[in-house]
Design a protein around this ligand. Sequence first.
Ligand SMILES: N[C@@H](CCC(=O)N[C@@H](CS)C(=O)NCC(=O)O)C(=O)O
Length: 216
Amino acid sequence: MLTLYGYWRSSAAYRVRIALNLKRLAYQQVPVHLVRDGGQQHAPEYQALNPQQLVPLLVDEGNGGVRIAQSLAILEYLEEVYPVPALLPADPAQRAQVRALALHIACEVHPLNNLRVLQYLSAELGASDQAKDAWYRHWVAAGLVAVEQGLAVFDGRLSLGERPGYLEACLIPQLYNARRFDCDLDAYPRILAMAARCETLEAFKQAAPEVQPDAQ
Ligand SMILES: N[C@@H](CCC(=O)N[C@@H](CS)C(=O)NCC(=O)O)C(=O)O
């Protein structure tokens, strides 16, 4: 049995939900409310499971109860332990290109706009809501403009040709965040076209934040 500790609006957990669905793996979810009680990710019981105090966390009971933090480490684990259907292309160059785009989202964009960063901006640095929104949109735009250019190599196709995988599992949650914060998306036609194709698929529909058991 696979157990995913997550939060409906966590885009990092959303990546893992998409990956699990694409691989048609059954899993149960344990919600960790990132705001309630001062953030349940900081509670001692959760810290004992994941000292990073972030979601997602995957527990694989079928593999000795191994606990894996960090969404991309989880995606890599799933790809190695449950290889079919694959999330990454077979060709090493294409795999590297997919990983580079996914890492750009996960390492260059997402951390700057994470909850604890936004909380620090307002609580410690006195940033106004307007300033925080400007910060958020700035880093989304800086990231998506690079991803938009990077998608040119796919020439209108998905990252696995006719199928989505690792790249789309990272891109669609980032786009969800961008929409949530009213970022202007007009400059990203390739991203929007890729997302439109993914959003019709069950794996993505069932991973969407609004349909998660803990969605409010
Ligand atoms: N690099 C991590 C990021 C994890 C992360 O930042 N998760 C957010 C939700 S999307 C979180 O738990 N935030 C809690 C906080 O900021 O206190 C990953 O890819 O898993």
